[in-house]
Design a protein around this ligand. Structure first.
Ligand code: BGC
Length: 494
């Protein structure tokens, strides 16, 4: 069932500062000839700085592998968060389970009736709402009350297909898609917010305790059986249908990757006893920052963000930020006086006025005169554009989207090569599936193609034959419910 709407990677409007282009005051002094040269030189420089030739992609992939190892040793490098998910779903899971999903643009609540090996997913029901922007900077109580209320509403809905066994508490798989330091499968401390969230009083707290308190306020007698990241839930959900899934990636408002790691390859978990000998690790690769081809526009966006210096990979490749980078480039170009005429369109000063779905819509315009691009620019920036300006805008979009998709591909290869190095043949010697979810991947064909091309370029066509990159649609909802089932408090035979 599809619950991801087109445009679900629309960035929410976070509290960003307005940035003035450097050349604003010089606009009126420039002649057209000078301005044209300037616009094209801004474009040329942008393309040079954003370029992702093979050596750059290789360096990024290698640095990603190295940062994963460092993070597993807890020295430095990536967060590499142990998920405490040690067993993937078997297919035998049975019963009614809930999944809550808070992480980006939308909040989802799901009810799933699992029917075991033969019947699998018997029935589902869900509600989805966009997260009200004011909630992103509300208090911890307000945010968790909103979640508990959504859960209460779904739980109160009658549906004959979805039944809790008498005497049993509703059990929840809680997908919370922010960096959380897990202490067990059903508890974890929020390290920090990402993706424009700035909810007060939550960082440093156990998010399951926050949810339990909110459920109590709602009079809901339910229990969180599993706290999971969206990438982890996606891996579980995708592996339920296909045992070759080894890695899961989220490419939406934000980004993350997770994979199945051997317990003895996790020095920071020394002494941890695990029956399966494995654990899913959430890399939190959005925090990666090495060897990335960055520009002054990226630095300006980062500086104006609510988390400067953090989540640099995320800010370069994920849906929340691509539109904003393009806006900053266009603002600089507009300041030359050529792109949109002598004055800078006022709307272009508004942070996040251009969303990644807008770039996507413009890049699908196949009309001879780029009329679609023209109308979108008019709608968003209130600006009339010439054909040549529209072409320039498209080139800017393509440059930023190509860099994002290609770097995401390099990141995927970084993970695969780390796994392959540890155990020869485990990845490239057989069929291996990378499951991907998120609105950016789902809805942006150019981004997807750039990502796939970059993976292929890096690993070569022979190894690519064994590699399947698959869209796992709503894998995380079912995945969270499955993990709630495998960690159920009730005796079960699966
Ligand atoms: C968060 C991750 C999450 C990812 C995708 C990032 O901003 O830090 O925990 O998995 O977004 O939703």
């Amino acid at each position: 069932m599809s619950v991801i709407a087109v445009g679900s990677f629309l960035p929410p409007p976070p509290p960003y500062r307005r940035i003035k282009p450097r050349f604003t005051t010089m606009v009126s002094l420039r002649s057209d000839a000078v301005s044209v040269a300037e616009t094209s030189s801004i474009l040329r420089k942008l393309k040079e700085e954003c370029a992702t030739p093979l050596p750059v992609l290789r360096q990024v992939a290698d640095a990603m592998s190295a940062d994963m190892r460092a993070g597993l040793a807890a020295a430095h490098g990536l967060p590499m968060i142990p998920s405490f998910v040690e067993d993937l779903p078997t297919g035998n899971e049975k019963g009614l389970f809930y999944a809550l999903d808070l992480g980006g643009t939308n909040f989802r609540v799901l009810r799933v009736q699992l029917g075991g090996k033969d019947e699998r997913v018997v029935a589902t029901d869900f509600d989805q709402v966009s997260i009200p922007p004011q909630l992103m900077s509300a208090t911890c109580e307000e945010l968790f009350d909103f979640i508990a209320l959504g859960l209460a509403k779904l739980a109160a809905k009658d549906d004959d297909r979805l039944n809790l066994s008498p005497g049993k508490k509703g059990e929840i798989g809680f997908t919370f898609s922010f960096p959380v330091r897990q202490t067990s499968i059903d508890s974890g401390i929020l390290v920090k917010w990402t993706k424009g969230f700035a909810v007060s009083g939550a960082a440093g707290r156990d998010v399951v305790a926050c949810l339990n308190e909110a459920m109590e306020r709602q009079g809901l007698d339910m229990r969180v059986s599993a706290l999971v990241n969206d990438a982890v839930a996606t891996l579980a959900g995708a592996e339920y249908w296909d045992n070759d899934v080894a890695v899961a990636i989220i490419l939406g408002t934000g980004t993350n990757a997770c994979y199945v790691e051997q317990i003895d390859a996790i020095p920071k978990l020394q002494g941890h006893v695990s029956s399966s000998g494995k654990m899913i690790i959430s890399t939190e690769w959005g925090a990666f920052s090495k060897r990335l081809p960055l520009t002054e526009f990226d630095r300006a966006m980062d500086a104006a963000s609510i988390n400067p210096g953090e989540q640099i990979f995320e800010k370069t490749i994920s849906g929340m930020y691509l539109g904003e980078i393009v806006r900053l480039v266009l603002l600089e170009m507009a300041a030359t006086g050529e792109l949109f005429g002598k004055s800078i369109p006022e709307n272009l000063y508004t942070p996040f006025i251009l969303g990644t779905p807008d770039l996507c819509a413009m890049q699908q315009d196949n009309s001879g005169d780029l009329q679609g691009v023209g109308s979108l620019l008019y709608d968003k920036a209130r600006v009339e554009s010439t054909f040549s300006a529209r072409k320039t805008v498209l080139e800017v979009c393509d440059t930023i989207v190509k860099r994002g998709g290609s770097l995401a591909g390099a990141g995927i290869v970084g993970i695969l090569q780390k796994m392959e190095e540890d155990s020869k043949g485990v990845i490239f010697g057989k069929r291996t599936v990378v499951a991907i979810d998120g609105g950016l991947y789902e809805n942006y064909p150019q981004y997807r193609t750039y990502m796939q091309d970059s993976v292929k370029e890096l690993i070569g066509s022979e190894k690519s034959n064994n590699l399947v990159i698959e869209h796992s649609k709503d894998g995380s909802g079912i995945g969270a419910a499955l993990l709630a089932a495998s960690n159920s408090m009730y005796k079960h035979d699966f």
